[in-house]
Design a protein around this ligand. Sequence first.
Ligand SMILES: *Cc1c(COP(=O)(O)O)cnc(C)c1O
Length: 366
Amino acid sequence: MDLEAIRNTFAPSKSKTMSKVHNFSAGPAVLPQEAIDAGISALQNFANTGLSILEVSHRGKEYVAVMDEARHLVKKLWGLDDQYEVMYLHGGASTQFLMVAYNLLQTKAAYVDTGVWSSKAIKEAKLFGEVDVIASSKDKNYTYVPTGYTIPSDADYLHLTSNNTIYGTQMHQFLTASIPVVCDMSSDIFSRRIDATKFDLIYAGAQKNLGPAGATLVVIKKDLLGKVTRQIPSMMDYKIHIAKESMFNTPPAFPVYVVLQTLKWIDKTGIETIENRNKAKADLLYNEIDRNEAFIGTVAANDRSWMNATFLLKDESRNEAFLEACKEANISGVKGHRSVGGFRASMYNALELDSVQALVNVMQTF
Ligand SMILES: *Cc1c(COP(=O)(O)O)cnc(C)c1O
């Protein structure tokens, strides 16, 4: 092949000229168009360096400014003071399952088991100490959020999962605990107003509601650290990442850049507005699930997630036909997770109300 022919095999797709695709993917997922556009621009010419963001040093002043702002904006959005530190790390939320325990679990930790992700966090924590699973909704295939449990006062921390991406349940209230609270917010971070000071550690893989895969946000109250006696390898040690301002090793530079653009969009829009939109989208879809005789929701009404709505067709032999009807309406990503079946519509912050309306229209005419 000559060079021109090789170049042509990389020609940009025509997707931009296609009509709008309603993206209900569970993750990686829909992002604000502004964040995508800023990402494209930085791929071509980052901060007027004449270079792509993929090609520049993370130690250069232009990139250090990106990391600083991305860390700062999280604290601004949640109104956190200097007792808290913000990190961007590699390894996804799954690495936090073990890093949390590595850094915080001295003798015993309490976990609430609300699904696959909590179970994986529990499995990793067991490598470091005693794990007390104080509540679980496994008995009903995780279709509700357990309540009424007692939090042991002698545990090093309590671990929660605020939104269960696979099952479509969400915590709509948070308890006040007398021990530190750690929360996996991967799939509902910045989707609603919360009192972040109720939490001592919050983590989230970026690819659900914040940015591309590859960056993981960790927010920690500093006084939590330094209490375990074990040796911690450098890459696993929060203290080192904090001291190095997320630059201990090369950070996931481009994903963090796109996360910053999403955070700016959230800041400009306002979390309250985002919350109201998310509520409106969820109401629109759940009302249709309840109204429409052909469909049935899979989770307890009070615990329904505003982010991931799971539902079934009463006549499952029509599943393929429904997916086909969705496809014809430019609706993508609604096939359910294999452990629930049926359908899952993920309605993260950047998904617009008209996309939910498009799905509801298909449900009504189906
Ligand atoms: C997707 C998800 C994870 C796993 O995230 P990775 O970044 O792929 O490791 C963990 N917790 C929740 C709640 C998730 O939705």
